[in-house]
Unconditional design. Structure first.
Length: 213
């Protein structure tokens, strides 16, 4: 068990968040395969990207997405959590909350481009954005930790209630409750029929937020 990230590991720190600016849009891409889970280093880099976009007068919109087509983010990195102390986890949770609060209160438009499964802390990150744009068939969207008797630790339950309402429809569109697993007897409802403008791929999600040439 360690109380801080190993020095050797930090010296070999890899880029876990890709940051680029195109046409006034700051693209912030989580890149920690296979599920784009967040570690202390990834959260640090995300925080730095948010601040960089805030200070850039040529940036008007922030778009957060996950690398690849399978995951936006599956939340916290379990191997990292298993090898640190409870004290470190407490500090890490505080820091992650501060980062998402900074994202939520950024005085520029923030968009979560859901290019794949968005669960646990991944959904909490998406809920901190102003807008959530998902490709068609993006996969699971929810807070499955409640099935384990664990409360979402990064403001997910509070922000979710603001987004869908306390008595809102919790169906993720595929017959599943976003606060748990499949809803018994639930029927899938196609809220947005094909051709209604929902992006069909991660690349299409990116195209949807870029201005026409």
């Amino acid at each position: 068990m360690t109380t801080m990230i190993d020095i050797a590991e930090r010296q070999q720190e890899q880029r876990l968040v890709d940051y680029r600016v195109e046409h006034g849009i700051a693209f912030i891409e989580l890149d920690n395969p296979p599920a784009n889970t967040y570690t202390y280093d990834l959260m640090q880099q995300l925080d730095q990207a948010i601040v960089q976009a805030r200070f850039d007068d040529d940036v008007y919109v922030l778009v957060v997405s996950g690398h690849g087509d399978r995951f936006f983010s599956a939340g916290a990195n379990i191997p990292m959590m298993q090898r640190v102390t409870p004290r470190f986890l407490y500090q890490f949770s505080l820091y992650a909350n501060e980062t998402l609060n900074r994202l939520e209160h950024t005085p520029k438009l923030t968009i979560a481009a859901l290019n794949g499964h968005t669960v646990g802390g991944g959904l909490e990150m998406a809920l901190a954005c102003d807008v959530r744009l998902a490709k068609q068939g993006a996969g699971r969207i929810g807070l499955p930790e409640v099935n384990l008797g664990v409360l979402p630790g990064l403001g997910g339950t509070q922000r979710l209630a603001k987004v869908v309402g306390k008595a809102g429809d919790r169906n993720d569109g595929e017959g599943r409750d976003i606060l748990g697993g499949p809803r018994e007897g639930a029927r899938t409802r196609q809220r947005n029929p094909p051709g209604s403008g929902i992006p069909r791929s991660g690349r299409a999600v990116r195209a949807a937020v870029l201005p026409a040439p």
